[in-house]
Design a binder for this molecule. Structure first.
Ligand code: ROI
Length: 164
């Protein structure tokens, strides 16, 4: 059975725009999956240590037949191909791919928490989600519009559409 999945993309190292463009292409090539939409590109100040570059963020909407944990394996393989190394907690990264929402499921396993932890407090997730689906309801958390109203303001900026 196929399910609609929202995936968060973030990068602040090694040409972040290209990291995100390439990652979107790789998402579009995943087995048993189809890339339906992306949010376009957003720029935001780092959440976490401030002595790191600003982030570029986007959200992708994927239709997939992959199970959540199998999708996670694929996302981690893409991150690794992008040279992802974990330096410090909440530190800089070449590419971060997070399963934000997996259909209307709430998942709590050792590897995976869905909806993604922190989703409701992160403008760099909420605004891109709004670009794709303004009337979204986040399982267990309510209307996206209400989450946005309650979210602390940052300097997030929409940079425009993502071209290949
Ligand atoms: N901060 C921003 N602005 N964007 C991110 O994608 C992001 N990702 C992270 C941490 C380090 C928490 N900060 C971030 O993982």
């Amino acid at each position: 059975m196929s399910v609609q999945v929202f995936i968060g993309l973030g990068s602040n190292l090694d040409n972040p725009g290209q990291q995100i463009r390439h990652a979107l292409r790789e998402l579009s090539e995943l087995e048993s999956s189809r890339l339906l939409k992306d949010s376009g590109l957003f720029k935001s100040p780092p959440l976490g240590p401030q002595d790191q570059p600003d982030y570029l963020n986007a959200v992708a909407l994927l239709q997939t037949e992959l199970e959540a944990e199998s999708l996670l394996d694929h996302l981690q393989a893409i991150e690794n191909r992008h040279g992802r190394v974990r330096s410090r907690r909440w530190g800089e990264r070449t590419l971060d791919l997070d399963i934000l929402l997996y259909g209307d499921k709430q998942i709590h396993t050792a590897r995976l928490t869905v909806p993604h932890i922190g989703l409701a407090e992160r403008e760099f997730v909420l605004y891109p989600l709004e670009k794709i689906q303004p009337d979204l309801v986040v399982p267990g958390k309510g209307q996206l519009k209400d989450l946005i109203k309650a979210c602390p303001r940052t300097d997030i900026a929409f940079l425009g559409t993502i071209n290949d």
